[in-house]
Write a protein that binds this ligand. Structure first.
Ligand SMILES: NC(=O)c1ccc[n+]([C@@H]2O[C@H](COP(=O)([O-])OP(=O)(O)OC[C@H]3O[C@@H](n4cnc5c(N)ncnc54)[C@H](OP(=O)(O)O)[C@@H]3O)[C@@H](O)[C@H]2O)c1
Length: 227
């Protein structure tokens, strides 16, 4: 029997990241819960199961990401979930650009940094799944949400990054995609009706596509949506 795949999830102490880690664990993967705070990561891992590993990982900290990659070793499934929404109610013409920078540092550069740390190993081993938790607010096909300009444009950029990484890993056994979980009730969107467990099922599906699954696509449930 082959060894279970190892899945690392960023921002997995709460919200969609935690629900996704729990769902992947239920599906038999060996899960690594990561979070900015080491205690948060350890507590979140323990809530899933005694066999779940945890590691501190602030996606904005280059040294921390490097150390995590060195300590954790190979990862087969990477879910870049960590994200912030700092500018709800702002307007593109007046949003403080410092807020835009802080948003991009987590939502775009954070995921990019973690991908740089873990994806080359997947390519050299000839198998991997990389999933960016994006948003409909970053989709040109839906229309960017001007009510949170930094957040929306960060997700558009994440979508662009997804297509680039998919192109440069094509044919290597690594599939790189983005998922739109839809509005889900977490600290980020407390009024949404969808539960994290419902959204996590979609995220877990998109993170564990079969070998003949798509790469470089934007998924919403089991459908592809326009970028
Ligand atoms: N909820 C929705 O309706 C919805 C819809 C579309 C997309 N999304 C996306 O889904 C993802 C998860 O969001 P959520 O709804 O679960 O929100 P959430 O409950 O606010 O969770 C955000 C997670 O990101 C972590 N995080 C923030 N900055 C980080 C950093 N520098 N390094 C590592 N982790 C960091 C947070 O950790 P701390 O606890 O330490 O802050 C937390 O675990 C985000 O990318 C979000 O954009 C959510």
């Amino acid at each position: 029997m082959s060894e279970p795949r190892i899945a690392l999830i960023t921002g997995a102490n709460r919200g969609l990241g935690h629900a996704t880690a729990a769902e992947l664990h239920r599906r038999g993967l060996r899960v690594i819960v990561t979070a900015r705070d080491a205690d948060d990561a350890a507590e979140a891992a323990a809530r899933i199961g005694p066999d779940v590993r945890s590691h501190p990982l602030d996606v904005t900290d280059p040294g921390g990401v490097e150390r995590a990659a060195a300590r954790l070793g190979p990862v087969d499934v990477l879910v870049c979930n960590a994200g912030v929404l700092l500018d709800a109610g702002d307007d593109p013409l007046s949003v403080p650009l410092e807020r835009v920078e802080r948003t991009l540092r987590v939502n775009l550069l954070g995921g990019w940094r973690v991908a740089q740390a873990f994806v080359p190993g997947m390519v050299s081993r000839g198998w991997g799944r990389v999933l960016f938790v994006s948003s409909g607010t970053g989709s040109f096909s839906v229309g960017l949400w001007t009510g949170a300009p930094a957040y929306s444009v960060s997700k558009t950029a994440v979508n662009g990054l997804t297509t680039m990484l998919a192109t440069c890993t094509k044919g290597t056994g690594v599939l790189v995609n983005a998922v739109n979980p839809g509005q889900t009730r977490t600290r980020m969107v407390p009024t949404a009706s969808r539960t994290p467990d419902e959204a996590a099922a979609d995220i877990a599906d998109a993170a564990t596509l079969p070998d003949d699954g798509p790469t470089g696509v934007f998924l919403r449930g089991d459908r592809q949506m326009g970028w």
